[in-house]
Write a protein that binds this ligand. Sequence first.
Ligand SMILES: C[S@@+](CC[C@H](N)C(=O)[O-])C[C@H]1O[C@@H](n2cnc3c(N)ncnc32)[C@H](O)[C@@H]1O
Length: 254
Amino acid sequence: MSWDPTQYLAFGGHRIRPALDLIAAVPLAAPATIVDLGCGTGNTTEALMARWPEAAVTGVDNSPEMLARAKEAYPEADWQQADFADWAPAAPVELLYSNAALHWLTGHGELFPRLALCVAPGGVLAVQMPRNWEAPSHALLYDVARAGPWREILAPMIREHPTMPPDYYYDLLAPLAGELDIWEVEYLQVLEGDNPVAEFVKGSWLKPFLDALEDPIRSEFETEYRARILAAYPPQPDGKTLFPFRRLFIVATV
Ligand SMILES: C[S@@+](CC[C@H](N)C(=O)[O-])C[C@H]1O[C@@H](n2cnc3c(N)ncnc32)[C@H](O)[C@@H]1O
């Protein structure tokens, strides 16, 4: 899919918070090599560089738009364009970190064990993925996708559960990890602006659905989605909008 870095960064503060929480949970004092898988605009890569300034840090992503923004903002880092479906490091890395990226790929049953094997002994695989798929923000997207003249195009794109339940990842990684810490957090995101939940989702999960359509169907679909979202997430009396968002964290020391 193509990304719009500006739309994605419109809620940068809310998006970086789980990334920082994940970094804080990594039990490594001084990893020499770090890979940020699905590094996007490089915000998370910058946070990794700030936490471990002595480490060699590489950002990996398959989006030219996101990597261009990352290179412009942080020219000192090492950036690689690659698809993590078939990515492997030249040598095992001490910290393999991924924030809000691996849910874009299917086949986690094969992906996660393969990534754990890319980590050096004593190193860490640290992953955060959204697990908000049953919330109205995402469930309504699927409802609208299935119910209009766009149905034939959009319905095949629906993935109900891009992130599996926590015990699924436990079963995959426990045989490969010395220590395994898995938990979930629901952040109560307080958003500002007009229909901000629709704007938030437009920066990520909504975008490929919009990209698959052409006007006037595209704008009819977006209008319908926005109306449903506004009804599901009305503004509070102070004008702000509450958007609870659940995320899954995995820290595996191999
Ligand atoms: C939601 S962004 C997260 C970016 C960054 N980690 C952050 O937290 O700000 C997801 C990133 O994963 C990348 N991505 C998705 N699928 C990918 C794949 N198969 N291979 C490489 N990168 C991928 C996208 O290009 C995008 O930059």
